[in-house]
Design a protein around this ligand. Structure first.
Ligand code: WT7
Length: 664
């Protein structure tokens, strides 16, 4: 376990963390989910999830809760039929809640706002479904979505779900290359985008990246049939429309003019809902496949359970981007299936002023707030003066997701943002799990700063050693999931074998899913997630693969070889640090050019914070790069045990070079 050593320091801190926060009495008394749920679920897991599935509206009830006969390929709610968009929209209108606000959208430019009720959302989703059908989208076709945080992004996702056309949302911060590889991998027929979106006061273009991605895909033999474009910023865009035989069409000329009548068809519970690409240990992103019935069941249930959602009175806000799984499960599918009212914000946290988020919470009277530790840490640095200027007494529960939340950030969040009234729920899950797996229940579990506490009812999690045996309380090991769960990934798009090898091979004998994280059980048996143990890093809550960045670096003509590690970073959790060997003739001081190259190949989030030019890389006798040694060095721990290196003097050379670079 490579991170275990680097986390040794943190571990001893955690052992001394003994602050405890009880659930507020009122919340405990009226909580949606109470302590009995744990017993109920362990007595009969299938019955527990069947009851959760009953919260949805099914066109046809299932015959069997779980089919695990062909493990690790699961089928949940076998024989059931439903439409995800109907569940997120139409049924709320039919229940008489059409006038309830679904999306209270706040654009980045101050005053640019839109309120969308469930009835309006139903009309827009229907229009988009009709327009996509007219563009040739049929059930089963893939649609790529590359959009800013505007309501049309959600409308498009739901329109795809309504048609049974799996969507793949690509984060708007990814480059044309990254977009192209995802379009190609899932063979997307249509791309939905916008001219641009607002970031820090400026219109930031999206359409040019789609044009470029379309060309890259075409060169690889895949033609995108149509590109549907929302006019958001009004900026100039290159246009290749039907007049010129091209694929571009405007949203306002197609969707806005389409009929608001659309009858949703019910699909099999296992019909693909979406593919979300995430980084793994190899260079190629994995297309994580989620299906309909089980996914929607767990996304909706956990949102209701962990945020104790009262749809009539709560105002929920999740700050994630829809380009990540958090946006899928906890902006789109979970909250909307529950009929929640939510805030959706387009821009950056600190624009036009540093208190923008707190101002939105005050103005919209947000009650439930969900964000990431990296954001909390950056606000912590600004002090409490700015949040103190805002009345945030509406807040009743605060959530955290994406990376381990350090006890200091947890306590600051609870104290400064939550006024010491609000429980903090630290929710552990992954793109692959689709929904929350480990988290406190706000009306049941007492809070321990830094701990995600225990598996939610109906979820099996444990920490095991190398042989797959549970570790004792007070010890660390590998985090595993011991039972199948409704929102589990079904496979990796187009690669069943990679699915088996990546997640189910490590603890094959036990039949455990290996999450890739290291964790610890404390003396009470509560779980502390410590971070990745594989070659995956977590930068600002975003998962990046070391290999992917290495491939980007070696694709530059100056680079002969590269090794990338994630080094602990105060602001971003981990930072990308790259060690590169240059080719002969490469100019000196080309580090900036290399880091711009990574930005172009993958996107700004993958840009190395530091690039070190080195004469050699530490390798084992079999030629495997020892990233652990480089990580030790990048984190300032000096040269570790080099006995397994083919040439043990190399680390001394690299360390000397690094020391010199730091002195310069
Ligand atoms: C990885 C999954 C889940 C949506 C956002 C990230 C880390 C996530 C926590 C948490 C400690 C966490 C893990 C996990 N992670 N939540 N509460 N405490 N670590 O999704 O990109 O699929 O990344 O994020 O390392 O494996 P993702």
């Amino acid at each position: 376990m490579s991170t275990a050593s680097s986390d040794a320091g943190n571990l001893s801190n955690l052992l001394h963390e003994n602050r405890r926060f009880d659930p507020p009495a009122e919340l405990a008394a009226s909580a949606n989910v109470k302590a009995e749920a744990y017993d109920e679920a362990s007595a009969d897991r299938d019955a527990f999830w069947a009851k959760a599935a009953d919260r949805l509206t099914w066109a046809q009830k299932w015959d069997r809760v779980l089919d695990w006969d062909n493990a690790p390929f699961a089928k949940w709610f076998v024989g059931g039929r439903l439409n995800a968009a109907y569940n997120c929209v139409d049924r709320h209108v039919e229940a008489g809640n059409g006038e309830r606000v679904a999306i209270d959208w706040v654009g980045e430019p101050v005053g640019d706002e839109r309120t969308i009720t469930y009835a309006q959302l139903k009309d827009e989703v229907s229009q988009a479904a009709n327009a996509l059908t007219a563009l040739g989208v049929e059930t089963g076709d893939r649609v790529a979505i590359y959009m800013p945080m505007i309501p049309e992004a959600i409308v498009t996702m739901l329109a795809c779900a309504r048609l049974g056309a799996p969507h793949t949302v690509v984060f708007g911060g990814f480059s044309a290359e990254a977009l192209a590889s995802r379009i190609e991998d899932c063979q997307a027929k249509v791309v939905v985008t916008a001219d641009g979106g607002y970031r820090r006061g400026a219109a930031s273009a999206l359409k040019p990246a789609v044009d470029e991605a379309r060309e890259i895909a075409a060169r690889a033999g895949h033609e995108v049939a149509k590109v549907l474009v929302v006019r958001r910023t009004g900026q100039e865009v290159a246009w290749d429309g039907p007049e010129t035989g091209g694929p571009d069409v405007w949203w306002h000329e197609t969707v806005a003019t389409a009929s608001t009548d659309h009858t949703p068809e019910a699909f099999d519970a296992e019909h693909p809902l979406y593919v979300m690409y995430t980084s793994g240990t190899t260079g190629k992103p994995k297309g994580i496949l989620h299906t309909t019935g089980g996914y929607l069941t767990q996304a909706a249930f956990t949102h209701w359970e962990v945020f104790d959602l009262k749809p009539e009175t709560d105002v929920y806000w999740c700050t994630a981007d829809i380009g990540w799984v958090t946006g899928h499960s906890y902006i789109v599918y979970g909250p909307l299936a529950n009929g929640a009212t939510q805030v959706l914000y387009e821009g950056t946290p600190d624009f036009p002023e540093r208190g923008r988020w707190w101002q939105i919470i005050e103005e919209k009277k947000v009650t439930l707030f969900y964000t990431a530790p990296t954001a909390i840490r950056s606000f912590m640095k600004q002090g409490h003066d700015i949040p103190d200027q805002h009345d945030m007494s509406s807040l009743r529960i605060l959530g955290s997701v994406g990376e381990p939340i350090n006890p200091e950030a947890y306590v600051w969040y609870r104290h400064v943002i939550g006024g010491d009234r609000t429980p903090v729920v630290d929710t552990w899950w992954q793109t692959e799990t689709g929904a929350m797996m480990i988290s406190p229940l706000p009306g049941v579990t007492h809070g321990k700063p830094g701990s995600a506490m225990t598996a939610l009812p109906g979820v099996g999690a444990d920490v095991v050693d190398d042989e797959g045996h549970p570790v004792a309380n007070g010890s660390g090991g590998y985090l595993v999931l011991t039972e199948p769960w409704p929102s589990m990934l079904r496979t990796i798009w187009g690669d069943d074998q990679r699915y088996v090898d990546t997640y189910w091979a490590r603890f094959k004998d036990q039949g455990y899913y290996f999450a890739g994280d290291g964790a610890k059980k404390d003396e009470d048996g509560d779980l502390w997630v410590l971070g990745r143990v594989d070659d995956v890093m977590n930068v600002s809550g975003h998962r990046l693969s070391t290999t992917e960045i290495e491939s980007a670096l070696v694709s530059h003509p100056y680079v002969a070889e590269a090794a990338v590690v994630g080094a602990t970073d105060e602001d971003t959790g981990q930072a990308v640090v790259a060690y590169v060997i240059l080719r002969e003739g490469a100019p000196e001081n080309c580090e900036k050019e290399l880091s711009d190259h990574v930005r172009k190949e993958i996107g700004p989030i993958a840009k190395p914070k530091r690039i070190m030019v080195v004469p050699e890389l530490p390798k084992t006798r079999s030629g495997k790069i020892m990233r652990r040694l480089l990580r030790d060095l990048a984190e300032g721990r000096g040269v570790g045990d080099t006995t397994t290196l083919a040439d043990s003097s190399i680390m001394e050379l690299i360390a000397a070079g690094q020391a010199q670079a730091t002195d310069d």
